[in-house]
Design a protein around this ligand. Structure first.
Ligand code: PEP
Ligand code: MN
Length: 346
């Protein structure tokens, strides 16, 4: 049987509204998407997991009836939606849904994923697995393994970023090293990026999407809406249909081959990401250091405190041993960082 999620040299593009809101909205969006041969599938949110109660929680079954209408208009455009309970899967099967996705607040829970996998057993639905909200590659992989154990083969992973305390301007911290590690462990698994939920803002969607393609992701899941400003959920990040087409037009799809130079390129891209993270952490460290400087001044304390410095150095040398790093190298960079901290506190 043909799979929905097939890796090729063209990215797998899934697009559509965060939430299905009306038949009219789904007709406008699907009309636009079906006319673009680069789009593989439409996404619609039917049941919406909301962080706080009281907001719009999705239309539920009526949205599936709209999906049936869209399917009868455009049978060549498969439709996917999020499921979080076994009953959702049963309803999807009674309607024109071709694939489902397990959201970040569900993939975090092995009990729920196990139940969903059992309900999906024997169905023809494709399954997308978003990363859990916590940056835990084992949990993400575990969710995929539970589906594989239930005999589901048409699976793809979707990277949508992580909830962390410092997201550096993104809604969800991308922590690219996590999907890169998933790919290393499961090289055959199609890996998509959801730049909309990582970005949280329209203007950041394109750079995040491009970054993922540069990192060899196999496709994108993008939120778009016929009238994003009046969207009932995630209005800040949904692209207008025109902007969505512009995004696809402007994406640079790189050709990767399996020969050494492209491996080299991928590894260099990983190094670039890590280098940026090192600088971000250093900048955070310097900010805290500066605040400490202000407290020292207020309490008339000396900036340099030999016993504290000895503790810092000893701990870092201990860390170096455990991490297999050269002790002298770690001593040198720790001294440099300390000197810069003292300069900042002056
Ligand atoms: C969504 O795709 O609309 C959604 C709720 O996603 P996530 O599970 O990634 O938060
Ligand atoms: Mn959304």
């Amino acid at each position: 049987m043909d799979r929905l999620f097939n890796v090729s040299d063209k990215p797998i593009i899934i697009a559509g509204p965060c939430s299905a809101e009306s038949l009219h909205q789904l007709q406008s969006v699907s009309y636009h998407l079906q006319s673009d041969s680069r789009v593989a599938m439409m996404r619609i949110g039917v049941w919406k997991p909301r962080t706080r109660p009281g907001g719009f929680e999705g239309m539920g079954e009526p949205a599936l009836e709209w999906a049936d209408k869209v399917h009868s208009l455009y049978p060549g455009l498969p439709i996917c939606c999020e499921v979080a309970r076994p009953e959702h899967i049963e309803l999807c099967q009674q309607h024109s849904i071709d694939a489902v996705w397990i959201g970040a607040r569900t993939s975090v829970n092995p009990f729920l994923v196990g139940e969903l996998a059992e309900t999906l057993r024997g169905t023809t639905l494709g399954v997308l697995v978003k990363n859990p909200i916590t940056p835990d590659v084992d949990l993400w992989m575990g969710a995929i393994e539970r589906l594989l154990k239930a005999g589901i083969v048409d699976i793809a992973a979707v990277h949508r970023g992580f909830s962390t305390y410092n997201n550096f301007g993104y809604r969800n911290n991308p922590l690219w090293e996590i999907p890169i590690e998933l790919r290393r462990r499961m090289p055959q698994l199609p890996l998509l990026c959801d730049p909309s939920h990582i970005a949280g803002r329209r203007d950041l969607v394109a750079p995040v999407a491009q970054m993922s393609l540069d990192l060899h992701f196999d496709g994108l899941m993008v939120e778009c809406h016929d009238d994003p400003d009046s969207a009932l959920t995630d209005s800040q990040q949904q692209l207008s249909l025109t902007d969505f087409t512009a995004l696809l037009n402007n994406l640079k799809v790189r050709q990767f081959s399996d020969t050494a130079p492209s491996d080299l390129q991928r590894m260099r891209e990983q190094l670039d990401i890590i280098d940026t993270q090192i600088l971000k952490l250093l900048s955070q460290r310097m900010k805290i250091s500066k605040d400490i400087g202000a407290i020292k001044h207020a309490h008339n304390m000396p900036i340099y405190q030999p016993s504290r410095w000895q503790q810092v150095l000893d701990r870092q040398i201990q860390n170096a041993k455990q991490m297999g790093l050269d002790e002298q190298f770690v001593k040198d960079i720790t001294e440099k960082i300390h000197a810069e901290s003292l300069r900042m506190q002056k």
